[in-house]
Design a protein around this ligand. Sequence first.
Ligand SMILES: O=C(O)CCC(=O)C(=O)O
Ligand SMILES: [Fe+2]
Length: 273
Amino acid sequence: MVDRDLLLTTKQMASFVANGYLRFDELVPQDLNEAAIEEISNRKIPREEAGTSSEEIWPDPSAVGRVFRLPEIQGIIQSLVGPNPLYDHHAVHTVNATHDVGQIWHADAIIDLRMHFDIQFFYFSHDTPREMGGTMILPGSQFRRISESDISRYQNFMGQIAMDCKAGTVVVVHHGIWHCAQPNKTDRTRYMFKLRLNPTVRQLRLWNTDDIDDPTIPGILSTNHKWYGNEDRLEMVNRIKFWRFLTGDDDFDLHYWLGRLENQPETAPVLSE
Ligand SMILES: O=C(O)CCC(=O)C(=O)O
Ligand SMILES: [Fe+2]
């Protein structure tokens, strides 16, 4: 069981819902980063069978296993997908030195529109300055479910963020997030270690809900990323539905965006006089 202090707060969860990701700079200690990069760069991390309990993967002394068993990372996992999630897959994403082409925009493995969501960790075990190509993501894109590379014709979006960062930075994303690798203009190979996990429980109030009534939450959920222009109201509705799913509060609304759609007067009988 994870220490309650290490669970995400409601404000962080609201940020995850609005942005589709949370970023934790320099979370992993440097000695562990160094041990992990040795395994990552030498391809020493065994591929596990999809659907295996994540508690069974990469036992000690695996450094990458120890990264994901850090109490802080366990707190993130517990808050988003609950206890004992399943290992889906991992990948050592490599951008070779002086590779001057970026990857196409895409989302990973979206087959259906379930409200339940998987998480993907992007772990940067070494310093990744902008010229080395931190993964580019588009905040708030996770509810625009696309089939893999449907969006590949796009080059740049207003508000896109390249995750350039220091060693030990961990980004956790909703599986729907749009993202792409960046060119690597340095003379060193860039590695990003990705791990996808599936929930095994209903994703209901799994985080530390002590601040569930914090007055800043509606404002966080209403963040406007601008790349969708006037369609921000679509995103409001997507987020309200998702927030209801996560909190169990079926009356939650932001500015009547969803309540208006739920008003179905055609189903009410006409009262005779
Ligand atoms: O290497 C990266 O930064 C992202 C790679 C990626 O997400 C992918 O290939 O699916
Ligand atoms: Fe990807």
